[in-house]
Design a protein around this ligand. Structure first.
Ligand SMILES: [Zn+2]
Ligand SMILES: [Zn+2]
Length: 185
């Protein structure tokens, strides 16, 4: 994804908006954790701020992910966005720079988009907000079948079922003798 900046770099304050709808660059597939489906949808606003060009880009990627609850793979649309600065100067990109370099009439969005897509997928994607997950007993997908298994007691709660409230210390400290009477059963 190359942005032609011939005009925008000529005047401070100038701004241009571009929409990309095309195949993902190879770099995106290289860095993504899983398959990414075409087309790439990216909108970028490039602004000349004087010392630099600032690219405000946002887009969407359709990524093949696995549901964290029921393990079903599905296509998830994941948004991403970033604001990056470009300065016209020679030399390669260095990771300790907080800006990108460009030379000539184009800035290259591929490395930025590839980095954004690489981290865009959520850690625990859900096929549906109320996905019922897999049955812990028989492994059935509970979105598809009601297997009817009894849910086993969660061992984390076991201690709680045995818990009884401690006697109130104030209660114990009270002189008991006064009220102590021999039992008449
Ligand atoms: Zn699911
Ligand atoms: Zn079951």
């Amino acid at each position: 994804m190359q942005v032609r900046v011939t005009d925008v770099k000529r005047w401070v304050g100038r701004e241009e908006t571009l929409h990309f709808r095309e195949a993902w660059p190879a770099l995106v597939h290289e860095r993504a954790e899983g398959p990414v489906r075409d087309p790439a949808e990216v909108t970028v606003v490039v602004r000349n701020t004087g010392g630099a060009l600032v690219a405000d880009l946002r887009g969407e990627a359709q990524m093949w992910v696995v549901c964290a609850r029921c393990l079903t793979p599905f296509w998830l649309t994941v948004p991403f966005a970033a604001v990056e600065e470009f300065r016209e100067e020679p030399g390669p990109y260095e990771s300790d720079q907080d800006y990108y370099r460009y030379q000539g009439d184009h800035i290259d969005l591929d490395p930025i988009v590839a980095d954004l897509v690489a981290v865009a997928a959520p850690l625990a994607p859900l096929c549906h907000p109320d996905c019922q997950g897999l049955c812990p007993v028989c492994g059935a997908n509970r979105n598809e079948t009601a297997c009817g298994c009894e849910r086993p007691a969660d061992p984390r709660w076991e201690a709680l079922t045995r818990w009884r409230p401690e006697p109130d210390p104030a209660e114990g400290a009270r002189p008991a003798r006064k009220t102590e009477h021999p039992r008449k059963d």
